[in-house]
Design a protein around this ligand. Structure first.
Ligand code: NAP
Length: 294
């Protein structure tokens, strides 16, 4: 077997970078998958590294500041996943309001056949959908929900050139919203941005949808708010400790739980993979990335 193949296979099979051994020192480009954490320890183990191509638009799994300090450039996969993630966000907005998942469970449990009626639900039309983080995906979600008759409001650190109502803070947006859709990046700057005060501002008739990162929502505060009826329900694609979901959420009919599948379609995952490979090729050929983040 050729040397390169043997070494790469050994690297691929290694449970951690420490087990890769000497070949790791020779790697100049790394591809980081969804759950791959790249911090100082990993960068120490890859002293020859010059570029990291991240498979995902969110790159809170990578210590970009430390990478920059060491002259390592980082790329992500913006735009190609916007439609798929926006579609999934809309699915969650519709599900928390119309309760498709909970009603499905009601039928399967035999409650309909036993003569029970499913309670009435809420409509998108006339609901205020607050977008926390009006970026590429947030704007695509808003554009999709306008034809449904939703009223759009948003908060980002800066107001955007759009016609929708801007709110100066997360609490103010939550107060104005029937459904709060979280679409900020993860990482230190947004940790627990949605805390007990934001959930209380959303209120007992308000729903939370989180498609950003689990770290953005204080999960303990979320469970407490749901258990006390201080919010009406939640639709979650992301969690603080994936793939673990708080046990307290598993039996609740007012919560929709998805296994981090925002971008998980054939078409989008293929487009993401192509963009990762384009970044790797561009770096190896010209020393530049197509979609750099630093
Ligand atoms: P983007 O275009 O960079 O949008 C992020 C938005 O968040 C920006 O408008 C930014 O606006 C705002 N923001 C940043 N920090 C904020 C803060 N502290 N408070 C309020 N707003 C803040 O990124 P995108 O392509 O839309 O992706 C957004 C995120 O979605 C990703 O970073 C990732 O975490 C998540 N995502 C999840 C999945 C999934 O499978 N569930 C898939 C793809 C992406 P300002 O700079 O004006 O604040």
């Amino acid at each position: 077997m050729p040397f390169l193949e043997t070494e790469l296979e050994r690297a691929y099979a290694a449970p951690s970078l420490a087990d890769v051994g000497s070949p790791a020192a020779g790697f100049t480009v790394a591809v980081a998958g969804g759950g791959t954490v790249v911090g100082a320890a990993e960068l120490d183990a890859l002293p020859g590294l010059r570029a990291i191509a991240n498979f995902g638009v969110g790159y809170d799994n990578i210590d970009v500041e430390e990478a920059t300090r060491r002259g390592v450039v980082v790329s992500n996969t913006p735009d190609v996943l916007t439609d798929a993630v926006a579609d999934l966000s809309v699915l969650l907005v519709l599900d928390v309001l119309r309760q498709g998942s909970a009603a499905d469970r009601f039928v399967r449990r035999g409650e309909w056949a036993a003569g029970k009626r499913y309670p009435l639900t809420r409509e998108v039309r006339g609901s205020v959908v607050g977008i926390l983080g009006l970026g590429r995906i947030g704007e695509a979600v808003a554009e999709r929900l306008v034809p449904f008759g939703a009223e759009i409001a948003y908060h980002s650190r800066s107001a955007k050139d759009v016609a929708w109502a801007y709110h100066e803070s997360t609490v103010a947006l939550a107060e104005a919203s029937d459904v709060l859709v979280v679409l900020t990046p993860g990482g230190a700057g947004t940790e627990h941005l949605v805390d007990a005060a934001v959930l209380d501002a959303l209120g007992p008739d308000g729903f939370l949808v989180n498609v950003s990162r689990g770290s953005v929502v204080d999960e303990v505060a979320l469970v407490a708010a749901l258990e006390a009826g201080r919010i009406a329900g939640a639709g979650l694609d992301v969690f603080a400790d994936e793939p673990h979901v708080p046990a307290a959420l598993l039996d609740r009919d007012d919560v929709v739980l998805l296994p981090h599948v925002g971008s998980a379609t054939d078409q989008t995952r293929e487009a993401m993979a192509r963009l990762v490979l384009d970044n790797v090729a561009a770096f190896l050929e010209r020393g530049e990335l197509v979609t750099p983040v630093n």
